[in-house]
Design a protein around this ligand. Structure first.
Ligand code: E4P
Length: 220
């Protein structure tokens, strides 16, 4: 599987890259806007924070296919092997097709339904990002959508991977992986919740207290 962080926080990526087997970092325009630093500054820093390994993802802003392709070229001038995120609109599907013809890898983003994701895969996207929590928030079933999309891709577009996104809890992420989806991107708080539960800290604390009570000092 591939595990990504969904963030533009360079310091956090550097820290978590020591702990997690990160495949790379995904961003979106809102994430970049929240850091208030331009992509041409942030992307190279993220690449460095990953130790030069791993894939970076950044999203086009244009609504028109030709302009999306132009923006994709500009993003790839910053990071040559960047995966370009393209919202799966009608124009986005046209852009994914054009970018595929030019050998530029894409991720179909803002995916709220399995049919939408399948179309992006058939257009040539390398990854499809269904928005699990946002689908749930709309009254849908995010995990079920991922499951259907995964099955459809396995049957009809086996070269495309699901890269599930928009998680609010570790449980959502695990349920998603249990459907067979190959990759996920996690916001920092969800990634950190996976290792820092209060029960784990309490258990480690108790081991130390018991040891000190018996032997008076740490060490063997
Ligand atoms: C990924 O492609 C999305 O940009 C992102 O995961 C959306 O997450 P959110 O619903 O928490 O904003």
């Amino acid at each position: 599987m591939e595990l990504y962080l969904d963030t533009s926080d360079v310091v956090a990526v550097r820290r978590l890259a020591e702990i997690f087997p990160l495949a790379g970092v995904t961003t979106n325009p809102s994430i970049i806007a929240s850091g208030k630093r331009p992509l041409k500054v942030v992307l190279p820093e993220l690449q460095q924070a990953l130790g030069g390994k791993g894939r970076l993802f950044a999203q086009v802003m244009a609504r028109d296919a030709e302009q999306m392709v132009e923006e994709a070229r500009k993003l790839r001038a910053i990071i040559p092997d960047l995966v370009v995120k393209v919202p799966v609109t009608a124009q986005g599907l046209a852009a994914i097709k054009l970018l595929k013809q030019q050998g530029i890898p894409t991720l179909g983003t803002a995916v709220y339904g399995a049919a939408q994701g399948l179309l992006a895969a058939l257009a040539g996207a390398e990854y499809i990002a269904p928005y699990v929590n946002r689908i749930d928030a709309q009254g849908g079933n995010g995990i079920q959508t991922v499951k259907e999309l995964q099955q459809l891709l396995t049957l009809h577009a086996p070269e495309t991977k699901v890269l599930a996104a928009s998680f609010k809890t570790p449980r959502q992420a695990l349920d998603c992986l249990l459907t067979g989806c190959e990759s996920i991107t996690l916001p920092l708080d969800v990634a950190e919740q996976m290792i820092a539960t209060p029960a784990v800290s309490a258990a480690v604390e108790k081991f130390e207290q018991d040891w000190l009570a018996a032997f008076g000092a740490p060490g063997f």
